[in-house]
Design a protein around this ligand. Structure first.
Ligand code: HEC
Length: 131
């Protein structure tokens, strides 16, 4: 009885610690999104602006948001927006999508995010957006 009580207390303690830490990075991602992405991207489904809505973008194939006119480069990129793909796109958008010789509007608009922590937090936030 004592052992299982200790286990439950330990598990509850871990959850109490993990909760705020995860919430914090998502909250930081939301703040970054509003500062660095929201001028061009909405988090609301169906609201395209300069860039496509990013609602539900996590796990989607690139250039698939309905009603948005993408560059040829992104349409031909065959990217699926997994954590790794977003990580490498945000770290160096021009190289990642445009290849070398093909500059195009989308990637020229994207600034590289040098901080891996910021990229991780933005991706954590993007994962929370539903279509
Ligand atoms: C100045 C405008 C602008 C800003 C700021 C911007 N984007 Fe974009 N983004 C675009 C455009 C335009 C496209 C479409 C690119 C294309 O068609 O090649 C795009 C495309 C994307 C895509 C691919 C969408 C898809 O449907 O495949 C992702 C992911 C993305 N942006 C994430 C971000 C994130 C995250 C930020 C903030 C860190 C950001 N963008 C900031 C303009 C912008």
């Amino acid at each position: 009885m004592k052992i299982s009580y200790g286990f439950i207390t330990g598990a509850a303690f871990c959850l109490a610690i993990a909760g705020p830490v995860m919430a914090q990075s998502t909250a930081h991602g939301a703040a970054l999104f509003s500062a660095e992405c929201s001028a061009c991207h909405s988090a609301t489904p169906g609201e395209n602006g300069v860039g496509p809505s990013l609602a539900g973008i996590y796990g989607m194939r690139a250039a698939m948001v309905p009603g948005y006119k993408y560059s040829l480069a992104l349409r031909q990129s065959h990217i699926v927006w997994t954590t790794d793909a977003l990580e490498s796109f945000l770290a160096n958008p021009a190289v990642d999508v445009a290849g070398t010789a093909m500059p195009h509007p989308g990637t020229e608009m994207h600034m590289a995010m040098p901080s891996a922590i910021d990229r991780g937090d933005i991706i954590a936030y993007l994962r929370t957006l539903r279509q």
